[in-house]
Design a protein around this ligand. Structure first.
Ligand code: GLN
Length: 187
């Protein structure tokens, strides 16, 4: 499988490493034309407002809103996938029937790691939270996969997977493996 990573800003190379460790090929997506040939797309962590500005500039926003590629967003990438964002008039890509709130776990200095149970994945997942968002509410067609401190932090809707944290900053490739094997291969 060839899996793309939106490479406008943020933790791009870390995801490329995880894709390769899963035995698949990664492709950095910098232009809309680069989407050709990929079978799934990763939206990395970083700063969602900056990514939105660059997505508009390079013509990604409309193309990705219409795309039916399987997508996996981490942290800022989760914010890009949400239909609604608390305090904003409109979501960015609006692929998932969820409302998210930004920066729900404090500031950069409040970053923390947790061993999480994630539905569908055997063994705990090593999760790093950095100025992470959380999911405030979900529609009927959204499955909640994990919670921390009573807050939803991992959700799936059909071929879209959104998580608040950063597995790509650890050696834990289980979520990437889940995305590729359970979502990209099956779709
Ligand atoms: N706080 C960032 C945002 O709102 C997300 C942080 C991250 O991706 N680590 O976009």
């Amino acid at each position: 499988m060839q899996i793309g990573i939106l490479a406008l800003q943020g933790a791009v190379r870390e995801h490329a490493r995880h894709i390769e460790l899963c035995g698949h090929t990664s492709k950095l997506i910098k232009r809309v034309e680069d989407l050709e040939g990929i079978e799934g797309l990763v939206l990395p962590g970083g700063e969602s407002t900056t990514m939105r500005r660059l997505m508009d500039l390079y013509g990604f926003t409309e193309v990705l809103r219409k795309s039916d590629l399987p997508m996996y967003g981490t942290c800022a990438g989760l914010i890009l996938l949400a239909e609604n964002i608390v305090g904003y008039e409109e979501g960015h890509l609006k692929k998932m029937n969820i409302t998210v709130e930004r920066n729900s776990f404090g500031r950069q200095v409040d970053s923390f790691e947790a061993d999480l149970e994630v539905t569908g994945i055997e063994e705990h997942v090593n999760a790093v939270f950095i100025r992470a968002p959380h999911i405030v509410s979900v529609g009927d067609n959204v499955e909640v996969l994990s919670e921390v401190e009573g807050k939803m932090v991992a959700v799936r809707q059909d071929k879209y997977l959104g998580i608040s944290f950063h597995p790509e900053l650890t050696d834990d490739i289980k979520i990437m493996k889940y995305f590729i094997e359970e979502m990209v291969v099956q779709s």
